[in-house]
Design a protein around this ligand. Structure first.
Ligand SMILES: Nc1ncnc2c1ncn2[C@@H]1O[C@H](COP(=O)(O)OP(=O)(O)OP(=O)(O)O)[C@@H](O)[C@H]1O
Ligand code: SF4
Ligand SMILES: [Mg+2]
Length: 336
């Protein structure tokens, strides 16, 4: 795994709060025998305390790889470049891509950055009840043994589980119950940053809303959440900021209200048009293979605004709100 040099000053917002997470130029490649998968390319984003950033995009665009890169969970055939500075409150900043597996395991995973994994079945220990797993996590993060049962019940209720459900083994749980259990496990150490990768999979609508509102409340209480979802309605319900990924890149990252009111990138507009409550018209065509991306805009074959200039790369992936990586953005005056 290769990484770039650490950055200098933290990025701050108008209230001078430093970003809790600042990712700059993150690039992930998987090296196969006869091909290279461009899973994440030159990706930059910020998450501030109190902010919920939603990362959206079609299946296979690189959302989970982003999450796994931040937590050092990629397999051996991956190379990672870029920076990902975490600035936890009251602790020294660290570059998640450069701090080493030992520090990630001891200080970061769970404690500073919680992960709600996309596949609960593989994340749970099959031979221990949910309760034992939650109580062990609580104790490992400093809670006295005598407090663990009550805290576990409280966490269960928080994620919408009946506390009695904790007494089951993972194989006795439905997909939706296992999903809520891994959410409870991620919340147990109360990390300042929670990365939630499709945390509403398998839940019915009331529980989807329950989970989303739980994430929102964490942010309103000063925490930060990076929510990965293919559900644009979910993102609209709770996100402050939305980053739209297409074929390994963020193509638009803007405040949620503005993005939903007037998408700037043609792909974002297509995703919104596909919503049942809007035009209910799917984005035509299919995403490209990440082993064979074109030099220019990867969305061009599906884009009705494409011109010759789109054979050249659009502006580098943007960092500031209100930017879009497109030669012909939809918003009048938006920079290309
Ligand atoms: N270990 C790996 N080796 C090779 N390619 C991989 C590996 N892991 C992921 N990929 C590829 O990286 C790309 C991004 O995968 P990722 O899991 O991040 O997609 P995603 O956006 O999370 O999709 P979904 O919405 O279906 O979860 C995909 O093309 C995937 O096949
Ligand atoms: S750069 Fe061109 S092809 Fe790509 S989204 Fe913009 S207009 Fe469409
Ligand atoms: Mg995924």
């Amino acid at each position: 795994m290769t990484t770039a040099a650490p950055s200098t000053a933290p990025t701050t917002d108008s209230t001078h709060r430093p970003a809790l997470l600042e990712v700059d130029g993150l690039t992930v490649r998987f090296h196969l025998r006869d091909a290279v998968v461009h899973a994440v390319t030159d990706l930059s984003l910020l998450v501030r305390p109190g902010e919920l950033l939603a990362v959206v995009g079609e299946s296979g665009c690189g959302k989970s790889v982003l999450a796994h890169a931040l937590l050092g969970l990629l397999p051996g055939n991956a190379t990672v470049t870029g920076r990902a500075h975490l600035r936890p409150p009251g602790a020294a900043p660290l570059d998640l891509l450069d701090c080493g597996e030992r520090r990630l395991a001891r200080e970061v995973r769970g404690r500073l950055v919680g992960l709600v994994p996309q596949s609960p079945a593989t994340a749970l220990t099959p031979v221990r009840t949910g309760r034992r797993q939650v109580e062990e996590t609580l104790r490992a993060h400093g809670h006295p043994r005598r407090d663990a049962p009550v805290l576990a019940d409280r966490l269960a209720a928080e994620v919408g589980l009946d506390p009695a459900d904790l007494d089951h083994y993972p194989h006795e749980l439905s997909g939706g119950m296992a999903q809520r259990l891994v959410t409870a496990l991620a919340l147990a150490p109360d990390p300042p940053l929670l990365v939630a990768d499709e945390p509403t999979t398998g839940l019915d609508r009331p529980l989807v809303d329950h989970t989303l509102d739980l994430l929102r409340r964490r942010c309103d209480a000063g925490g930060a959440v990076l929510l990965i979802t293919h559900d644009l309605a979910a993102a609209q319900r709770v996100a402050d900021t939305v980053a739209v990924m297409y074929a390994s890149r963020v193509v638009e990252r803007r405040p949620a209200d503005a993005l939903y009111a007037a998408p700037a990138h043609p792909y974002t507009a297509g995703l919104l048009d596909a919503l049942p409550e809007r035009a209910f018209r799917p984005v035509p065509g299919h995403p490209p293979m990440l082993t064979a991306l074109p030099d220019g805009c990867a969305f061009a074959p599906r884009c009705d605004r494409a011109t010759d200039v789109c054979r050249t790369p659009p502006a580098p992936e943007p960092r500031g709100p209100g930017r879009v990586a497109c030669h012909h953005p939809l918003l009048p005056g938006a920079p290309a």
